[in-house]
Design a protein around this ligand. Structure first.
Ligand code: PMP
Length: 377
């Protein structure tokens, strides 16, 4: 604890009041630039009211009261999974309580000692925990460095029954993107490679139907484990995999965070299906989100902050944790709730402000933000 405090890495839970896209903390009202509500749907009261018209109050269930393998498998699960597999055009889909469950459960279920996992250095903590819980051997490749990955595949693929390449599509802390077409090409060169892609930050945001980067690049069918979450752009909670039937069957039988947990509340599943049905219609929101991301990124570059971001996640790397904390405080004082991200979430020396834009942020708000960010040159 003492060390964490000395290093400016001690964390406390903030108490905040939400009012639409703003938050109020200690009486101060700020624009929320730290939410993953990328399409602004969590604040869309019109959408929420429309949803309540579709359910009967006496039938609303806030608990499934049991694991899905016992009595928790409500009809709303089947409806959501059918909807997912038809939208993505896959044989099957399976829903989990959250992305953390998905990522910590899928790899341990499908790997054994004859599996090699090749994981991007910057994959999310939930994937790292999943890898640790699995029996597979794992090698991490440098972030988005595919020539190194290709060498690793070439060197090792013959020694293992299966090789699973694990990546995010849009990376959560840098907002940059994996090269999915290149990964698919690599996979197609070998008989025993599988692809695992976490689209937590891309679903809702990318693709003409809002289904993520795999949709945008036309490679959904090439990805063996295509995972996404509902707690970000979809304004709900839970997670999914779209996959082959055999993988779904296997997970139901082997995946511990699927088996040993109470299912999601049926009303949550119904809300998720409701939002998913509207997803293709949000192209204007996706375009606005991309435009304000481009504008903020270009302005930060002009001010001397370099970043590889290509998305709504726009980091502003400050270096030391103390500097990031100081900048965040200043931004907050001026009405922008942007948070510092520090180790262990990001590597030492790369503490940053992570601007997380949402579609309900206006052009004017972005311009105001830009005008108060100090030069870094
Ligand atoms: N994957 C990624 C890339 C994430 O960023 C997160 C959450 N921040 C998760 C998985 C976990 O998802 P959930 O919040 O639904 O547990």
């Amino acid at each position: 604890m003492k060390l964490l405090k000395e290093q400016n890495n001690f964390r406390i839970l903030p108490t905040l009041i939400h009012q639409g896209k703003e938050v109020i903390i200690n009486g101060q009202r700020m624009l929320n630039l730290s939410s993953n509500d990328y399409l602004g749907l969590a604040n869309d009261t019109v959408l929420l009211n429309a949803f309540w018209q579709t359910v009967k109050p006496e039938e609303v269930k806030f608990s499934s009261s049991s694991s899905r393998l016992l009595t928790g498998n409500f009809a709303a699960y089947g409806e959501l999974e059918d909807l997912l597999s038809s939208l993505f055009g896959t044989e099957a889909a399976l829903v989990f309580n959250c992305g953390y469950h998905a990522n910590t459960g899928i790899l341990p279920a499908v790997c054994n000692t004859k599996t090699l996992i090749l994981a991007d250095k910057l994959v999310h903590a939930s994937l790292i925990d999943g890898i640790r819980l699995s029996e597979a051997k794992c090698i991490r490749y440098r972030h988005n460095e595919y020539s190194q990955l290709e060498r690793l595949v070439e060197t090792h693929h013959k020694q293992y029954e299966q090789v699973i390449i694990v990546t995010e599509s849009i990376f959560s802390m840098d907002g940059d993107e994996a090269d999915l077409p290149r990964l698919v090409k690599l996979k197609q060169k070998y008989p025993n490679i599988l692809l695992y892609v976490d689209e937590a930050h891309a679903v809702g945001v990318r693709g003409t139907g809002g289904l993520g980067c795999a949709e945008a690049y036309g490679c959904i069918a090439d990805i063996d484990f295509l995972v996404g979450t509902f707690g970000k752009a979809l304004a709900s909670s839970g997670a999914y995999i779209v996959c082959r039937q055999v993988i779904r069957d296997y997970l139901i039988n082997k995946m511990r965070p699927f088996i040993f947990t109470t299912g999601l509340p049926p009303v949550t599943l119904q809300w998720t299906s409701f939002v998913l049905r509207h997803l293709a219609g949000y192209q204007a929101k996706r375009e606005h989100l991309a435009a304000i991301g481009n504008r903020l990124r270009a302005a930060l570059r002009e001010k001397g902050y370099s970043s590889a971001s290509v998305s709504q996640i726009v980091p502003m790397v400050a270096g030391e944790s103390a500097t990031a904390l100081q900048i965040a405080k200043e931004l907050q004082r001026k009405g922008f709730y942007a948070l510092p991200v520090r180790p262990p979430t990001v590597p030492e020396g790369t503490s940053r402000i992570r601007f997380s834009l949402t579609a309900d942020v206006t052009d004017e708000e972005v311009e105001k933000l830009i005008s108060i960010v100090n030069d870094n040159r």
